[in-house]
Design a protein around this ligand. Structure first.
Ligand SMILES: Cc1cc2nc3c(=O)[nH]c(=O)nc-3n(C[C@H](O)[C@H](O)[C@H](O)COP(=O)(O)O)c2cc1C
Length: 390
């Protein structure tokens, strides 16, 4: 068993053990990948202030997200096709999250269905909704999430149309994958993955198949998205979904202070400051750079969470110090799943927790309530000196 000490170790193992098509699907951003890269490199520009001779005993990272107790302020973000990274991946991630005491979010575009996950994991999970043109399908999937006891709905607002990732096109990404001579060789060398896949019946988008009418070629995610996702999604439709759901609502994909205000008006219980991990608008600023302006606009009116670019517990602490109430992680746990299945997701969470705890202590704080901007050194021009565009 390799010694895993960082999220990057998990990433390396994920790359070694998972077919190239699926590793690339995870490890890519749209077009030039500028936003994807800066999501992480901008975290590196922020530094910590070391403080000493402070009593460090009795530390805790515990808190709440939407009133739900969490062992640390981290939820697992929704990831499409997760069950292609590792057999039954959604069930494994949900179980690891439940055992660790953090929320798991199931994507609309998951391989395991809502019902599969509900039957195989003890704790309630959250469901992420992509709005389709077929309102009948949208209403039905909301009912299915309710019936499965999902405790919050995460409505993703930044993917009405799909950003282009060059690698996915070149790799011929599909679920289930097509067997070509090149793929067959790749799958044969990734024997753990292949055995896992041979042993499960969950190999296509089970939330969709058998539920949506007029399902065209679902194996090609990009073609299907272009055909089915609702390009007319607007705030009035958000309102309709909020009413239809009636429970806790998280609006994901907010990157601008103006949109944050509109999200509050639309009744969001939480917003996720996110650029979809750099997979949508290439050239947008990183989430961590946009966070302070969103915090100034809506702090206290809704919970403010951040995702995109988090690769360590230190990154999480930086986001909290800049005013986020909590975070979501995407790739950090996908690497774990691709590397070692359920145990890998747990390992990823342990690494994030340990890094956060030690960093908080060395900054002289014992609880996240005590964590504020004054534990950081933030470059003067961090938010950027952009010309006014209004
Ligand atoms: C492989 C992959 C698939 C994703 N699928 C979805 C999805 O189905 N729904 C969604 O709302 N976000 C999706 N996202 C975005 C994540 O929920 C999250 O916003 C992003 O991964 C955060 O950035 P990080 O990976 O740098 O942590 C996906 C991200 C990745 C990497």
């Amino acid at each position: 068993m390799p010694v895993i000490t960082s999220i990057d170790d998990l990433r390396h193992l994920h790359r070694r053990r998972t077919p190239k098509m699926f590793f690339d699907y995870c490890e890519s951003g749209s077009w030039t990948e500028q936003t994807f890269r800066e999501n992480s490199s901008d975290f590196d520009k922020i530094r910590f202030r070391q403080r000493v001779a402070v009593d460090m005993s009795g530390r805790t990272l515990k808190g709440t997200m939407l009133g739900q107790p969490v062992t640390m302020p981290v939820a697992l973000a929704p990831i499409g096709s997760l069950g292609m990274q590792n057999a039954d991946g959604e069930i494994k991630a949900a179980r690891a999250a439940a055992r660790f005491g953090v929320p798991y979010t199931l994507s609309t575009m998951s391989i395991c269905s809502i019902e599969d996950v509900a039957q195989n994991s003890a704790d309630p999970f959250w469901f992420q909704l992509y709005v389709m043109q077929d309102t009948g399908f949208v209403d039905e999937i909301i009912e299915r999430a309710r019936a499965a006891n999902c405790s919050a709905l995460v409505l993703t607002l930044d993917l009405q149309i799909l950003g282009q990732r060059h690698k996915d096109i070149k790799n011929g990404l599909s679920a289930p994958p097509k067997i070509t001579p090149r793929n067959a060789f790749d799958f044969a060398t990734k024997w753990r993955w292949s055995f896992g896949m041979a042993g499960t019946k969950r190999r296509t988008f089970r939330n969709i198949v058998g539920h949506a009418s007029s399902v065209g070629d679902l194996t090609s995610l990009s073609a299907w998205t272009a055909e089915q996702f609702d390009p007319r999604l607007d705030w009035a439709k958000v309102e309709r979904i909020r009413e239809r759901w009636g429970g806790k609502l998280i609006l994901k994909g907010i990157l601008d202070a103006e949109d944050a205000k509109l999200a509050v008006k639309a009744g969001a219980d939480a917003i996720v400051v996110s650029n979809h991990g750099g997979r949508q608008l290439d050239g947008a600023l990183s989430s961590i750079r946009m966070l302070p302006s969103v915090v100034r606009a809506v702090k206290g009116e809704t919970e403010i969470w951040l995702d995109s670019g988090i690769r360590s517990g230190q990154d999480i602490l930086k986001a909290i110090a800049l005013g986020a109430d909590a975070t979501m992680v995407g790739r950090a746990y996908v690497y774990g799943l691709g590397a070692m299945g359920e145990a890998g997701v747990t390992r990823a969470l342990e690494i994030l927790q340990k890094e956060m705890d030690v960093t908080m202590a060395l900054c002289g704080r014992r609880t996240l309530r005590e964590v504020a901007r004054d534990i950081l050194l933030v470059p003067r021009d961090f938010e950027g000196d952009w010309a006014e565009n209004a």
